[in-house]
Design a protein around this ligand. Sequence first.
Ligand code: AVJ
Length: 321
Amino acid sequence: MSTRSALRAPRPTETAKDFAADVIDGLTAKPKYLRPKYFYDLTGSGLFDRITTLPEYYPTRSELGLLTKHAPEIASLFPQASALVEFGSGSSRKARILLRAAASVEAYVPVDISAQFLGGEAAKLERDIPRVAIYPVATDFTKPFELPAAVRGRPCVGFFPGSTIGNFEPHEATDLLRLAAQILGPDALFIIGADLVKDRNVLHAAYNDAAGVTAKFNLNLLARINRELGADFNLGAFEHHACYNQERSRIEVYLASRKRQKVRLLGKTFEFRAGETIHTENSYKFTLKSFSALARGAGWAPVAVYTDADHYFSVNVLKQK
Ligand code: AVJ
């Protein structure tokens, strides 16, 4: 087995055609929606990184604290000569903690939809942890994909931090956990960060920061549609809305039209009423119980769960049943 790094240029599989078709579908639907995975172009990934440092946005700090505190114990569960496969790797900041703690990991596979971001971050990791061979995969991890040939045959540890799992409807989350089981193979471990149900004021503040970075992140979706698909969204005529839906245990994020207006996109016209919304994201919040039920329902048995004193966030270690 090679212990030398093999950094390949990631190839994007997310085509402009998929993006255009999804945007047209979403803006034609009633009510209008756009998929949150499209937040993460290079600008959006950078804005999300800024969100993670905001005083109100507790999830990243809580999860980093949990990972740092429990890394030795988590790492002790990893099989020898294993590969860490991260779903939605972004800046790979959390994976670094596990990679440093687990001498048994010899390969790291960051999987991310943002190819540009992925390339830059993987190159930095390559320099910082030369012990680990890095094989980036630029793809939409909600669709089936193959692990790089170099890691096939290695025992795999999946890593899905940040409560990105909360972006999916419960049935989609189940499908995704089943797909991950297939990709990672039998006996795989899976480490998943899940944000927890808490005081609604804490949740509200986390998605309505005073500095307006979350609003910028949300509006960047329209800017991206303008840039990549040639639409004429007037960014000043839309505003960010985020609220907690207690019945459904989720934050709902919208872009609301400040007035009656029309938007042109790829030869089509989309009309907006004053106050009409585009639903851009759900962020489900879990209880320890609801998360373990979700995992079990998708073929994963809980092995360990770590949470902070405030019960703000959870890091769950699962094993294939
Ligand atoms: C990366 C999907 C977990 O839902 O908290 C942050 C994205 N959206 N602020 C979240 C997000 C608005 C984030 N996830």
